[in-house]
Write a protein that binds this ligand. Structure first.
Ligand SMILES: Nc1ncnc2c1ncn2[C@@H]1O[C@H](COP(=O)(O)OP(=O)(O)O)[C@@H](O)[C@H]1O
Ligand SMILES: [Mg+2]
Length: 366
C-alpha cells in the first residue's frame, strides 16, 4: 500500500471515530433546522423524489417554499466495501469545505463555477445540502463539454485537488454547462511535487485519463453498435485535442512554478505522445486501442476492489478478453499493460480476466 494514501486513510478513519465535526455554510442557508433535515422522513411533503441507488448516500430532491434542493444523506453503511468507500462521505464533506471556500473567494469563484454550491453540510448530522441542479446525466460529448470538464480539472489541480471519479452519474449537463457535485473520491495532493494523490507511485492516473477511464471508454463501449469506428475515433480526437490544449497550459504553469523535474518530465511525455498520435490517424488508432484497454482494466480493478460490479463491468471484461486474445502484442508494444498486467503473458492475461468475470458476477450490486 502506498504510504501517502495510507496516511490519508488512517487520518480519515481516526476522524471518523472521533468527536470533531465539520460544518460548511451558514445556518441561514438551511430552509429547515439542520436536525430536521437530518431526520426528514421520506414521506414528507417536501420530498419530490428519492435516489436510493447511490453507493454511499441517499439523494433526496426537496422542494421547500418553491425552492429546489438536493439533500445528500450518509448511508448507515457504504455499499463500496473498501476504506475509500467507507470514508467517502467524510471525504466529501472535507472537500465541500475546501471547494466552498474557493467559490466564496472573488479571485477563484469563476474557475469553480462548474462545481455545485454547498449551502450547508454537517458531517456528524450526516448530510450535505446543495441547490438542485436542473440537468441530465451527460448523454453525449462535444469539444465544449470536454473543455468545461478539463478546465475545471486544471483549476482543481492548481489548488491541489484531484478528482478520481468522473463517472457518468457524477456529471450533470443542463444543455449549456456541466456540473460536478460528488466529491467522495476527490483528494488533496501537491501538484508541483506529485503526479496525483498517489504521489509519484502511479503515473498512469491524471485528469484526462480519469474521464476516459470512468466515462468516455465506457460510453464508447455502450454505443459500439451504433457508432462507427470512425465516429468513435473522431470523438476521441476531439477529447485529445482539448486535453492537449489544457495539458500544454498545465505544463507552462508547472514550469513557471518550479515543479519537480519528474512532474515536468511526466507531463511533457504525455503531451509528446498525444501530439504524435494526433499527427495521423494510424497513430491515433494505436493510442485509442492502448488507452481503451488501459481504461477498461483500471475501471474493472476499481469495481472488483470495491466489490461494486455492474453489467457494465462484465461488458468491459469481455472487451478486455477479446482484445487480449486478438491484439496482445500491440497492447504490449504501446504500453497498455499496466501494473501486474505488464508481467503476464498472453494466456495468463486472458486467464486473469476470465477469473475476474466470475468474481464480477458474484459482486454484482443488488
Ligand atoms: N445537486 C444535485 N442536483 C440534481 N441532481 C443531483 C444533485 N446531486 C446529486 N444528484 C443526482 O443524484 C445522483 C447521486 O448523487 P451523488 O452525489 O453522485 O451520490 P453518490 O455519492 O451516491 O454517487 C446523481 O447521479 C445525480 O443524478
Ligand atoms: Mg456519485
Amino acid at each position: 500500500m502506498n504510504a501517502i494514501v495510507e496516511q490519508r486513510q488512517q487520518a480519515q478513519l481516526r476522524f471518523q471515530q472521533g468527536e470533531q465535526n465539520i460544518v460548511v455554510g451558514k445556518i441561514e442557508n438551511c430552509p429547515l433546522p439542520p436536525e430536521e433535515l437530518a431526520s426528514l422522513n421520506l414521506n414528507s411533503p417536501y420530498v419530490v423524489e428519492v435516489f436510493d441507488d447511490g453507493l454511499t448516500a441517499t439523494v433526496i430532491h426537496l422542494c421547500i417554499n418553491g425552492r429546489h434542493y438536493n439533500l445528500k444523506r450518509r448511508r448507515a453503511e457504504a455499499r463500496v466495501q473498501n476504506i475509500d468507500g467507507e470514508t467517502s462521505f467524510l471525504n466529501e464533506v472535507q472537500r465541500r469545505q475546501d471547494l466552498q471556500a474557493l467559490k466564496d473567494k472573488a479571485s477563484t469563484a469563476a474557475a469553480f463555477k462548474h462545481i455545485v454550491t454547498t449551502l450547508y453540510a454537517d458531517y456528524r448530522l450526516g448530510f450535505i445540502l446543495s441547490p438542485w441542479i436542473d440537468g441530465k446525466p451527460l448523454c453525449s460529448f462535444s469539444r465544449e463539454i470536454f473543455r468545461q470538464i478539463f478546465d475545471t480539472m486544471f483549476a482543481l489541480e492548481q489548488v491541489g485537488l484531484m478528482e478520481w471519479d468522473l463517472c457518468p452519474g457524477n456529471i450533470l449537463y443542463d444543455g449549456r454547462q456541466i456540473y460536478l457535485f460528488d466529491f467522495g473520491y476527490m483528494y488533496r495532493f501537491d501538484p508541483l511535487e506529485h503526479y496525483n494523490s498517489d504521489g509519484l507511485a502511479s503515473p498512469a492516473f491524471h485528469a484526462v485519463e480519469r474521464l476516459e477511464t470512468r466515462n468516455v471508454f465506457g460510453y464508447l463501449l455502450r454505443y459500439q453498435d451504433v457508432m462507427t469506428a470512425n465516429d468513435q475515433l473522431a470523438l476521441y480526437r476531439e477529447l485529445k485535442e482539448v486535453g492537449l490544449d489544457i495539458y500544454t497550459q498545465k505544463l507552462i504553469w508547472l514550469k513557471q512554478n518550479f515543479a519537480h523535474p519528474s512532474v515536468i518530465h511526466w507531463q511533457t511525455e504525455i503531451i509528446e505522445r498525444w501530439e504524435y498520435a494526433l499527427d495521423n490517424d494510424r497513430s491515433l488508432k494505436n493510442l485509442f486501442i492502448a488507452e481503451s484497454f488501459r481504461s477498461h482494466c483500471l475501471d474493472i480493478q476499481d469495481d472488483i476492489s470495491g466489490k461494486s460490479c455492474t453489467p457494465m463491468t462484465l461488458k468491459r471484461i469481455d472487451k478486455v478478453i477479446t482484445m487480449a486474445a486478438t491484439v496482445y502484442l500491440q497492447l504490449q508494444n504501446n504500453g497498455a499493460l499496466l501494473f501486474d498486467n505488464a508481467t503476464l503473458d498472453q494466456l495468463a492475461l486472458i486467464k486473469k480476466y476470465q477469473d475476474y468475470r466470475h468474481l464480477a458476477q458474484q459482486y454484482q450490486l443488488k
